[in-house]
Design a protein around this ligand. Structure first.
Ligand code: NAD
Length: 436
């Protein structure tokens, strides 16, 4: 097929001043602006670029749940498959009051990019339910998960779309997804979801994988930039799956983690925090905010504390044009998806701050999810040593590729990562051609 027969002009360049107000905050618009910037820098086929500006499939579902008090509450949920040119779609499920269609679209797009950057044979997807899981009982969460799974079961499956955990979902939620889907089939189907408990086909190393990937990219960055990682004070925002594991793995490697936070508040000690003790505290309390062996910091000032390395590992838009000028870190490693608004990105770039983008920095999770899926399909399970070695190979390889493009093309690391991913996506789209 001649792709030149379907030309659409690339969108006109967006001037920074023009989009400053409009784009700060909406993740989908921010994602599309990132796509345009990289697409222009590498002169991507307009055909491939245009396809990536649209999600392949968007499913909105209503999820009725019988609450503990007998009422029926109906929640809105989504499952979005952004692109499947390189393989089945892959992406997490988020439970949060601020879930929105545009957020899930952006997250599904970033999954497409992420899988292409680390060269996994997957496309991108994401799911979410607008709910406040902190106010729901375990029984309500189970019923919510099972009904949502039944509603999206028409588009998920081990060859089609494989969910995983994200904000406020965990191994138990994945077990309910796997069980519900398997019940409709009549046999066990572990490959429908990753991030499951080990007992039902989960993978060793999956729980720590995103944090471990964050550590690998930071270690590689230190090697390329020539600084001593063990002497660089680190702050981690968010103490859930990604943040707590990243902080712990940094500490295990002799690094100095001086700040950690969760939604309740931040902890800071310039001499270094005792991660082992804080993790233990977290396991026995709702929040780390009341831990009393470190200085307490309000979350709105937390990212501005002195450090060399900042790991935002909570939600989107943690760093915006409002706080970017006051960020003291020299390096930002995006553990979360979309934690830096595009406006903040420009400000940080002008200040000389290096941002390792989400689609590279937090790709360790989907990489070990891929290993879990492969193991499930083979019913043959690998050792943790083997998994971590393979994870390291993939993340270090992707980091090297992105860093080299960043140097060669003289673009920031986000644009470089997009260029690496878009090259693969562009080729896949062109080779497959367009149906019919
Ligand atoms: P999680 O639910 O396990 O943890 C989220 C953490 O962020 C909690 O500790 C919460 O208290 C904290 N938080 C929320 N708002 C905050 C705020 N304003 N300030 C400080 N802390 C705040 O979620 P997670 O799985 O760790 O995901 C975190 C981010 O990483 C999300 O952007 C997610 O999409 C991304 N991510 C997750 C994975 C994964 O494997 N779980 C993989 C790649 C990317």
């Amino acid at each position: 097929m001649d792709t030149k027969t379907t030309p659409k002009p690339s969108p006109a360049p967006v001037k920074v001043a023009e989009h400053m107000e409009a784009h700060d905050g909406n993740p989908w618009r921010q994602a599309m602006e990132q796509l345009d910037r990289a697409g222009r820098a590498m002169k991507l086929e307009p055909f491939a670029l245009e396809r990536l500006r649209h999600c392949k499939r968007i499913l909105t579902v209503s999820v009725p749940v019988k609450m503990d008090d007998g009422r029926v509450e109906v929640f809105e949920g989504y499952r979005i498959q952004h692109n499947m040119d390189r393989g089945p779609a892959k992406g997490g499920i988020r439970y949060h009051p601020q879930v929105s269609l545009d957020e899930v679209k952006a997250l599904s797009f970033w999954m497409t990019m992420k899988c292409a950057v680390v060269n996994l044979p997957y496309g991108g997807a994401k799911g979410g339910i607008i709910c406040d899981p902190k106010k729901m009982s375990k029984g309500e969460l189970e019923r919510l998960t099972r009904r949502y799974t039944a509603e999206i079961s028409i588009i998920i499956g081990p060859d089609k779309d494989i969910p995983a955990p994200d904000v406020n979902t965990n191994e138990q939620v994945m077990a309910w997804v796997m069980d519900t889907y398997s019940m409709t089939l009549g046999y066990s189907c572990p490959g429908v979801v990753t991030g499951k408990p080990l007992e039902i086909g989960g993978s060793l190393g999956r729980r720590e994988a995103t944090g471990r990937g964050v550590f690998y990219v930071t270690r590689e960055l230190a090697a390329r930039r020539g600084f001593d990682l063990r002497k660089a004070p680190i702050i981690v925002q968010g103490f859930g799956n990604v943040g707590s594991n990243a902080a712990n793995i940094f500490a295990e490697h002799g690094c100095k983690v001086v700040g950690v936070s969760d939604v309740g508040g931040g902890l800071y000690d310039p001499k270094g925090l005792d991660l082992h003790d804080i993790l233990h505290y977290r396991d026995t309390h709702d929040s780390i905010a009341d831990y009393d062996k470190a200085e307490h910091m309000p979350i709105d000032k937390f990212l501005e504390l002195p450090c060399d390395i900042l790991v935002p590992a909570a939600m989107e838009n943690a760093i915006t044009k409002a706080n970017a000028p006051r960020i003291q870190a020299k390096y930002i490693i995006e553990g979360a998806n979309g934690p830096t608004s595009n406006d903040a990105d420009h400000i940080l770039h002008d200040k000389g701050v290096v941002v390792v983008p989400d689609i590279l920095a937090n790709a360790g999770g989907v990489t070990v999810s891929y290993f879990e899926w492969v193991q499930d399909m083979q019913s043959y399970f690998w050792s943790e040593k083997e998994i971590n070695a393979r994870l390291q190979d993939i993340i270090v390889g992707a980091f090297t590729e992105v860093y080299d493009v960043h140097l060669k093309e003289k673009v920031d690391m986000r644009t470089a990562a997009f260029m690496v991913g878009l090259r693969r996506l562009g080729k896949a789209a062109t080779i497959r051609g367009m149906y019919p």
